[in-house]
Design a protein around this ligand. Structure first.
Ligand code: NCD
Length: 308
Protein backbone atom coordinates (compact mmCIF):
# COMPACT_ATOMS: atom_id res chain seq x y z
CA UNK A 1 0.00 0.00 0.00
CA UNK A 2 1.41 3.41 -0.90
CA UNK A 3 -1.48 5.67 0.01
CA UNK A 4 -3.25 6.54 3.28
CA UNK A 5 -6.88 5.47 3.64
CA UNK A 6 -7.78 9.00 4.84
CA UNK A 7 -7.57 12.53 3.36
CA UNK A 8 -7.16 14.22 6.78
CA UNK A 9 -5.44 13.21 10.02
CA UNK A 10 -8.22 13.91 12.51
CA UNK A 11 -7.56 11.13 15.01
CA UNK A 12 -5.94 7.71 15.32
CA UNK A 13 -9.49 6.34 15.55
CA UNK A 14 -9.86 6.83 11.77
CA UNK A 15 -6.62 5.07 10.79
CA UNK A 16 -5.93 1.45 9.89
CA UNK A 17 -2.92 -0.59 10.96
CA UNK A 18 -1.66 -0.34 7.35
CA UNK A 19 -1.86 3.47 7.55
CA UNK A 20 0.39 3.39 10.62
CA UNK A 21 2.85 1.02 8.90
CA UNK A 22 2.99 3.35 5.90
CA UNK A 23 3.53 6.43 8.10
CA UNK A 24 6.36 4.63 9.96
CA UNK A 25 8.10 3.46 6.76
CA UNK A 26 7.89 6.99 5.38
CA UNK A 27 9.14 8.44 8.70
CA UNK A 28 12.13 6.03 8.63
CA UNK A 29 13.12 7.62 5.34
CA UNK A 30 12.65 11.18 6.61
CA UNK A 31 14.56 10.44 9.80
CA UNK A 32 17.50 9.53 7.63
CA UNK A 33 17.02 12.79 5.67
CA UNK A 34 17.01 15.02 8.77
CA UNK A 35 20.24 13.45 9.97
CA UNK A 36 22.06 14.33 6.73
CA UNK A 37 24.27 17.40 6.39
CA UNK A 38 21.59 18.91 4.11
CA UNK A 39 18.40 18.29 6.05
CA UNK A 40 15.98 19.48 3.43
CA UNK A 41 14.17 17.95 0.44
CA UNK A 42 12.34 19.89 -2.30
CA UNK A 43 9.32 17.55 -2.25
CA UNK A 44 6.55 20.00 -1.25
CA UNK A 45 7.72 23.15 -3.01
CA UNK A 46 4.23 23.73 -4.43
CA UNK A 47 2.33 23.24 -1.15
CA UNK A 48 1.29 25.96 1.32
CA UNK A 49 0.50 25.03 4.90
CA UNK A 50 -1.17 27.13 7.61
CA UNK A 51 -0.45 26.31 11.25
CA UNK A 52 -3.35 27.67 13.27
CA UNK A 53 -3.08 27.37 17.03
CA UNK A 54 -5.98 28.34 19.28
CA UNK A 55 -4.19 26.82 22.30
CA UNK A 56 -0.65 27.17 23.65
CA UNK A 57 2.07 24.94 22.29
CA UNK A 58 5.84 24.85 22.19
CA UNK A 59 7.12 21.58 20.85
CA UNK A 60 4.20 20.57 18.65
CA UNK A 61 4.15 23.93 16.87
CA UNK A 62 7.92 24.03 16.37
CA UNK A 63 7.95 20.41 15.29
CA UNK A 64 5.26 20.92 12.64
CA UNK A 65 6.90 24.08 11.38
CA UNK A 66 10.28 22.40 11.11
CA UNK A 67 8.75 19.37 9.37
CA UNK A 68 7.06 21.67 6.83
CA UNK A 69 10.25 23.61 6.19
CA UNK A 70 12.34 20.45 5.81
CA UNK A 71 9.88 19.44 3.06
CA UNK A 72 10.24 22.91 1.43
CA UNK A 73 6.56 23.81 1.86
CA UNK A 74 5.52 27.46 2.23
CA UNK A 75 4.39 28.07 5.81
CA UNK A 76 2.16 30.63 7.48
CA UNK A 77 1.57 30.76 11.23
CA UNK A 78 -1.42 32.01 13.10
CA UNK A 79 -1.99 32.18 16.85
CA UNK A 80 -5.50 32.89 18.10
CA UNK A 81 -4.24 35.19 20.84
CA UNK A 82 -3.12 37.81 18.32
CA UNK A 83 -5.98 37.43 15.82
CA UNK A 84 -9.50 38.50 14.85
CA UNK A 85 -10.90 35.53 16.76
CA UNK A 86 -10.76 37.92 19.69
CA UNK A 87 -13.01 40.24 17.63
CA UNK A 88 -15.72 37.57 17.35
CA UNK A 89 -14.92 35.88 14.03
CA UNK A 90 -16.12 32.25 13.70
CA UNK A 91 -13.74 29.32 13.16
CA UNK A 92 -15.03 28.67 9.62
CA UNK A 93 -14.71 32.35 8.64
CA UNK A 94 -11.21 32.55 10.07
CA UNK A 95 -10.09 29.44 8.23
CA UNK A 96 -11.87 30.29 4.95
CA UNK A 97 -10.13 33.65 4.95
CA UNK A 98 -6.81 31.89 5.36
CA UNK A 99 -7.71 29.40 2.62
CA UNK A 100 -8.62 32.14 0.13
CA UNK A 101 -4.91 32.94 0.22
CA UNK A 102 -4.51 29.54 -1.52
CA UNK A 103 -3.54 27.34 1.39
CA UNK A 104 -3.57 23.56 0.77
CA UNK A 105 -3.28 22.18 4.29
CA UNK A 106 -4.21 23.31 7.79
CA UNK A 107 -2.53 22.08 10.97
CA UNK A 108 -4.84 23.04 13.82
CA UNK A 109 -4.74 22.92 17.61
CA UNK A 110 -8.02 23.88 19.28
CA UNK A 111 -9.47 23.61 22.82
CA UNK A 112 -12.74 22.05 21.57
CA UNK A 113 -12.92 18.28 21.03
CA UNK A 114 -13.95 17.59 17.41
CA UNK A 115 -12.84 21.00 16.08
CA UNK A 116 -10.74 19.37 13.34
CA UNK A 117 -13.54 17.03 12.30
CA UNK A 118 -15.92 20.00 12.06
CA UNK A 119 -13.45 21.96 9.97
CA UNK A 120 -12.77 19.07 7.59
CA UNK A 121 -16.48 19.02 6.72
CA UNK A 122 -16.68 22.74 5.98
CA UNK A 123 -13.47 23.84 4.31
CA UNK A 124 -11.53 22.68 1.27
CA UNK A 125 -8.09 21.76 2.63
CA UNK A 126 -6.40 18.75 4.19
CA UNK A 127 -6.69 19.04 7.96
CA UNK A 128 -4.20 17.74 10.53
CA UNK A 129 -5.37 17.71 14.13
CA UNK A 130 -2.53 18.95 16.35
CA UNK A 131 -4.62 18.40 19.50
CA UNK A 132 -8.36 19.03 19.99
CA UNK A 133 -9.14 19.64 23.67
CA UNK A 134 -9.04 16.45 25.72
CA UNK A 135 -9.92 14.35 22.63
CA UNK A 136 -7.06 13.32 20.29
CA UNK A 137 -3.47 14.24 19.48
CA UNK A 138 -2.72 11.80 16.67
CA UNK A 139 0.81 12.88 15.67
CA UNK A 140 1.90 12.60 19.32
CA UNK A 141 0.63 9.01 19.51
CA UNK A 142 2.32 8.17 16.20
CA UNK A 143 5.67 9.54 17.35
CA UNK A 144 5.27 7.73 20.67
CA UNK A 145 4.70 4.35 18.98
CA UNK A 146 7.48 5.07 16.48
CA UNK A 147 9.83 5.72 19.42
CA UNK A 148 8.81 2.45 21.13
CA UNK A 149 9.37 0.59 17.85
CA UNK A 150 12.82 2.21 17.55
CA UNK A 151 13.87 1.36 21.13
CA UNK A 152 12.28 -2.09 21.51
CA UNK A 153 12.15 -3.30 17.89
CA UNK A 154 8.35 -3.28 17.63
CA UNK A 155 5.07 -2.39 19.28
CA UNK A 156 3.04 -5.62 18.96
CA UNK A 157 3.04 -7.60 22.21
CA UNK A 158 4.76 -4.83 24.23
CA UNK A 159 3.28 -3.92 27.60
CA UNK A 160 2.70 -0.20 27.89
CA UNK A 161 1.34 1.67 30.90
CA UNK A 162 0.07 5.23 30.56
CA UNK A 163 0.38 6.98 33.92
CA UNK A 164 -1.35 10.05 35.32
CA UNK A 165 -4.14 12.35 34.19
CA UNK A 166 -5.89 10.00 31.75
CA UNK A 167 -9.19 11.86 32.13
CA UNK A 168 -8.02 15.15 30.58
CA UNK A 169 -5.38 13.79 28.24
CA UNK A 170 -5.67 13.69 24.45
CA UNK A 171 -2.24 12.02 24.43
CA UNK A 172 -3.69 9.13 26.47
CA UNK A 173 -6.67 8.54 24.18
CA UNK A 174 -4.67 8.70 20.94
CA UNK A 175 -2.01 6.44 22.45
CA UNK A 176 -4.60 3.88 23.51
CA UNK A 177 -6.04 3.76 19.98
CA UNK A 178 -2.59 3.58 18.34
CA UNK A 179 -1.12 0.98 20.69
CA UNK A 180 -4.19 -1.28 20.55
CA UNK A 181 -4.28 -1.08 16.74
CA UNK A 182 -0.68 -2.31 16.64
CA UNK A 183 -1.30 -5.17 19.07
CA UNK A 184 0.29 -3.80 22.25
CA UNK A 185 -1.00 -4.68 25.70
CA UNK A 186 -2.12 -1.43 27.39
CA UNK A 187 -2.87 -0.41 30.98
CA UNK A 188 -3.70 2.97 32.46
CA UNK A 189 -2.58 3.93 35.95
CA UNK A 190 -3.53 6.88 38.15
CA UNK A 191 -5.83 7.93 40.97
CA UNK A 192 -9.43 6.79 40.38
CA UNK A 193 -10.54 10.42 40.02
CA UNK A 194 -8.30 10.83 36.97
CA UNK A 195 -9.38 7.61 35.22
CA UNK A 196 -12.48 7.88 32.97
CA UNK A 197 -15.30 5.64 34.25
CA UNK A 198 -15.63 3.25 31.30
CA UNK A 199 -12.01 3.26 30.17
CA UNK A 200 -11.91 -0.59 30.20
CA UNK A 201 -14.35 -0.57 27.26
CA UNK A 202 -11.39 0.60 25.12
CA UNK A 203 -9.69 -2.72 25.84
CA UNK A 204 -7.19 -1.42 28.41
CA UNK A 205 -6.46 -2.67 31.92
CA UNK A 206 -6.70 -0.43 34.98
CA UNK A 207 -4.13 -0.35 37.79
CA UNK A 208 -4.24 2.19 40.59
CA UNK A 209 -0.96 1.04 42.17
CA UNK A 210 2.04 2.54 40.36
CA UNK A 211 4.58 -0.01 41.59
CA UNK A 212 2.44 -2.90 40.33
CA UNK A 213 1.95 -1.14 37.00
CA UNK A 214 5.71 -0.62 36.62
CA UNK A 215 6.47 -4.23 37.59
CA UNK A 216 4.14 -5.32 34.78
CA UNK A 217 5.18 -3.02 31.93
CA UNK A 218 7.97 -2.70 29.36
CA UNK A 219 7.24 1.00 28.80
CA UNK A 220 5.80 3.71 31.07
CA UNK A 221 4.42 6.84 29.41
CA UNK A 222 4.21 9.55 32.08
CA UNK A 223 1.63 12.29 31.56
CA UNK A 224 1.44 15.82 32.88
CA UNK A 225 -1.43 16.84 35.16
CA UNK A 226 -3.59 19.04 32.89
CA UNK A 227 -4.36 21.74 35.48
CA UNK A 228 -5.65 24.04 32.73
CA UNK A 229 -8.52 21.60 32.02
CA UNK A 230 -9.57 21.14 35.66
CA UNK A 231 -12.25 23.19 37.28
CA UNK A 232 -11.77 21.60 40.72
CA UNK A 233 -9.26 19.40 42.60
CA UNK A 234 -8.98 15.74 41.63
CA UNK A 235 -6.40 14.89 44.31
CA UNK A 236 -5.44 16.43 47.68
CA UNK A 237 -2.04 18.02 46.92
CA UNK A 238 0.63 17.92 44.23
CA UNK A 239 3.03 16.52 46.83
CA UNK A 240 0.72 13.60 47.60
CA UNK A 241 0.16 12.99 43.88
CA UNK A 242 3.88 12.80 43.19
CA UNK A 243 4.46 10.50 46.16
CA UNK A 244 1.92 8.03 44.80
CA UNK A 245 2.16 8.50 41.03
CA UNK A 246 5.53 10.10 40.37
CA UNK A 247 8.54 8.09 39.20
CA UNK A 248 11.88 8.64 40.91
CA UNK A 249 15.23 6.89 40.56
CA UNK A 250 14.76 4.74 43.72
CA UNK A 251 11.48 3.35 42.47
CA UNK A 252 12.95 2.69 39.03
CA UNK A 253 16.02 0.94 40.45
CA UNK A 254 13.97 -1.21 42.80
CA UNK A 255 12.28 -2.91 39.83
CA UNK A 256 13.87 -6.16 38.70
CA UNK A 257 14.07 -5.03 35.04
CA UNK A 258 14.85 -1.95 32.94
CA UNK A 259 11.74 -0.27 31.66
CA UNK A 260 11.57 2.49 29.05
CA UNK A 261 10.38 5.91 30.27
CA UNK A 262 8.46 8.27 27.99
CA UNK A 263 6.84 11.69 28.38
CA UNK A 264 5.13 13.86 25.74
CA UNK A 265 6.34 17.11 27.37
CA UNK A 266 6.12 19.61 28.82
CA UNK A 267 7.59 17.89 31.90
CA UNK A 268 6.80 19.09 35.38
CA UNK A 269 10.06 17.98 36.97
CA UNK A 270 9.50 16.65 40.47
CA UNK A 271 5.77 16.04 39.94
CA UNK A 272 5.21 13.11 37.53
CA UNK A 273 8.92 12.47 36.98
CA UNK A 274 12.11 13.48 38.80
CA UNK A 275 15.05 15.02 36.93
CA UNK A 276 17.33 12.01 37.42
CA UNK A 277 14.73 9.79 35.73
CA UNK A 278 13.93 12.26 32.94
CA UNK A 279 17.62 12.59 32.12
CA UNK A 280 18.55 8.89 32.54
CA UNK A 281 19.42 6.36 29.80
CA UNK A 282 16.08 4.68 30.33
CA UNK A 283 14.28 7.84 29.24
CA UNK A 284 13.60 8.30 25.51
CA UNK A 285 11.99 11.73 25.95
CA UNK A 286 14.39 13.54 23.60
CA UNK A 287 14.17 10.73 21.02
CA UNK A 288 10.42 11.34 21.03
CA UNK A 289 11.03 14.99 20.18
CA UNK A 290 13.45 14.11 17.37
CA UNK A 291 11.09 11.48 15.98
CA UNK A 292 8.24 14.01 16.08
CA UNK A 293 9.76 15.91 13.17
CA UNK A 294 10.17 12.75 11.04
CA UNK A 295 6.63 11.56 11.84
CA UNK A 296 5.12 14.96 10.99
CA UNK A 297 7.10 15.09 7.74
CA UNK A 298 5.68 11.66 6.86
CA UNK A 299 2.09 12.61 7.67
CA UNK A 300 2.29 15.91 5.74
CA UNK A 301 3.98 14.24 2.76
CA UNK A 302 1.42 11.41 2.59
CA UNK A 303 -1.58 13.74 2.92
CA UNK A 304 -0.12 16.20 0.39
CA UNK A 305 0.30 13.42 -2.16
CA UNK A 306 -3.47 12.90 -1.95
CA UNK A 307 -4.31 16.54 -2.74
CA UNK A 308 -2.29 16.76 -5.95
C1 NCD B 1 0.79 17.41 25.10
C2 NCD B 1 -0.44 18.19 24.66
O1 NCD B 1 -0.37 19.37 24.33
O2 NCD B 1 -1.47 17.54 24.63
N1 NCD B 1 1.98 18.04 24.77
C3 NCD B 1 2.49 17.97 23.52
O3 NCD B 1 1.79 18.04 22.53
N2 NCD B 1 3.80 17.75 23.42
C4 NCD B 1 0.73 17.02 26.52
C5 NCD B 1 0.64 18.06 27.57
O4 NCD B 1 0.39 19.24 27.32
O5 NCD B 1 0.81 17.67 28.74
Amino acid sequence: MSELSVNHLLGIKYLTEQDIDLIFETADHFKEVINRAIKKVPTLRDITIANIFFEDSTRTKLSFELAEKRLSADVINFSAGQSSVKKGETLIDTVNNILSMKVDMVVMRHPNPGAGIFLSRHVKAAIINAGDGAHEHPTQALLDSFSIRERLGGVAGKKVVIVGDILHSRVALSNIFALKLQGADVKVCGPRTLLPKHIESLGVGVETNLRKALEWCDVANMLRIQNERMEFSYFPTTREYSQQYGINKNLLESLDKEIVIMHPGPINRGVEITSDVADSNQSIILDQVENGVAIRMAVIYLLASKIK
